[in-house]
Every structure is written in C-alpha cells, then in structure tokens.
Design a protein around this ligand. Sequence first.
Ligand SMILES: Nc1ncnc2c1ncn2[C@@H]1O[C@H](COP(=O)(O)OP(=O)(O)OP(=O)(O)O)[C@@H](O)[C@H]1O
Ligand SMILES: [Mg+2]
Length: 333
Amino acid sequence: MSPPLLKVTKANKVFHVGSATVHAVTDISLTVNKGETVAVVGESGSGKTTLANLILGIEIPTSGEVELAGEQLKGRRSKTVRRKIGLVQQNPYSTLNPRKSIGQAIGLPLDVHGIGSRAERRRRIGELLEKVGLNAGHRDRRPLALSGGQRQRVAIARALTTNPDLLVLDEPTSSLDVSVQAHILRLLRDLQQEFDLAYLFITHDLGVVRVIASRVVVMYRGRVVEEGSVAAIFRSPRHRYTQLLLASIPTVSEEDDAFKPDWPWDADVKGDGDPAEGCPFRSRCPFAVERCGQEFPDMRGSGDHRYACFNPRPETSEAIVNLQAEKLERKKA
Ligand SMILES: Nc1ncnc2c1ncn2[C@@H]1O[C@H](COP(=O)(O)OP(=O)(O)OP(=O)(O)O)[C@@H](O)[C@H]1O
Ligand SMILES: [Mg+2]
C-alpha cells in the first residue's frame, strides 16, 4: 500500500516567550491521503496555524516528524517539496502585494521555480485565472481593484501554479461573507476533483467542515482531542469539547437538540494548569475525573472515530440517530 500523502507523527512545537513556555502543538499525529479533505478545527489559539507552519517548514518542530509521500521532511523545505504543497491563507488582503498585478502574483511561483518560457508562463497564468473563475481582464488589475472573494480566487490560483498535490488552507473563507464563502467552497470542491488535490482545511467553523471535509481532526490547546469521519463525529461526538463545538452551530441545534449538553456548556472557564500535563480541557469540563489532571488520555475508539477522553459522552443512541435522520428528511421534503 502506498504511504499517505501527508503524515505527521507526534509533532511538538514549544515557543519560549520571555520566561513563559507555550506548548503550541503537543504530540499531534495525523494523515491526509491523496485527493481527500481533512479538516482541522479548534478555537483561536488551539495551534492550527502552528501545525500548518510545521507542515510547510515555516516552523521547525521541537520534536516529531512530517512526511510527504513517504519522504521525511527535515529543516527548511527544498524547492521540489515546495512545489508539491500550496498554501492559501485567511486574509487575501494581506497576502497579495498591492503593487503587483494579479498576473504577476499568480506567476510568482513560476518565476521562483524557473518554470516555462515567458510565453508559456503567460499561457499558464491565463489558464489558472480561468480555472478559478476569473478571466484575462483581471490579469493586469491590482489586488485593490478586486473584491475579497476575487482576491481569494487569486490566492487559490497562485497556490495551484506549480501543480501541487496538497493545499494547506488556513481559514480560507473566514474573512468572507457567507454567500461568497459558499462560492469559494464550491470552487475548491471542483478543483479538488479536477486535479485530485488533497486539502488540509483549517477552520474554526464546523458548519464549513460538514460541507467540505470527509474527515475532521478536533484540536484543543495544542492537542488532538477527537478525530474521525465527519459522519461519525457529527452523529456522535464523544469528547465534550467537540460536543460544545457542535452545539454552537445554529443549523445543527435547530435540527437536533441531542447535542445540546445538559450542563452549562457556554461557561468559558480558562484553563489554569500546564496543558502539557493532563487534559487541557479539564478545567472547563464538568465530567473531569482525577486522572484527567495527571495524564493526557491515549486515543481510544476505532478506525474511523477516535477520541482522547477518560469519561466520554455516551454514544448517541440509535433511536436519536434515526430521529435526526427523519427530521432531516422532512426538512428536505
Ligand atoms: N511565533 C510564536 N511565538 C510564540 N508563541 C506563538 C508563536 N506562534 C504561535 N504562538 C502561540 O501558540 C499558540 C497557538 O497559536 P496558533 O496561531 O497556532 O493558533 P490558531 O489555532 O491558529 O489560532 P487562530 O484561530 O487565532 O488563528 C498560541 O498560544 C500562540 O500565542
Ligand atoms: Mg491561525
């Protein structure tokens, strides 16, 4: 069997800021296969961008490994590796140079990698503009003359310039309004099918996860607390933090009160202990047991759904799952 396209094994990143130590990412392992979308979700500060930076080689892990198609990546990324991983960031306003034209922005990776003659580059830029739903008329414009959604299309075109296998998308739709967000998600889905792209899709929005991803990794304060297929996790979250995230999606709450915890789930008690020891969620969790303060739980569960919790939420009962399905059917009809 061929290795996964991306494999992260026990990655750690510790920052030292003055006398403080920040465990931005702790023992994170994940895989992304060719052509699939894995979403990474978690609230602000949970370590999502740091994880992306470790994959891209922008940050060097304190320990742990990153492999691309079976090849271990160490230190700064070679040009060959950089061609295989594209990056789309959250804010298309700050990632495009206001002084360069759209054509220059998209062509930059071709210049960096010395790909093609002038005429070939011009052709490729035209082709990419079309692929992302723009046209030749946009080529000579500056970023300021485009809308937010159009700029994000440019950022996507630029990330595709070198024919990558993997795109790391760090909150690519968070700065866009909802209707534009939907267009960009559809574009990403079409491009994925056409080019057999894999996506590592970082977001804090589980509503977006349901639309775009097949698997999801839930992070809390630098740790993976739950992971699995989108179907399994939306049907029956086992970690209380995932339950909180699900309960906060308005559409899910309307259809389904089963996820609404019967404990004060919006209480935001900041964690006090060192997240490197024990479960970082324990100070917000009414179900914490003594052990939660002593060690971080090993992942339990099975292949397509695993969670790190000593006292998990019970599985959603068959009866409730059926009820949800019925309600959904009625809503569609
Ligand atoms: N270069 C750095 N130096 C020191 N601390 C850092 C650095 N980068 C990130 N951190 C810290 O690491 C933690 C994780 O940050 P990170 O940016 O990865 O979170 P995030 O999940 O991407 O958050 P957001 O949703 O706000 O983008 C935070 O506590 C942050 O302050
Ligand atoms: Mg971030």
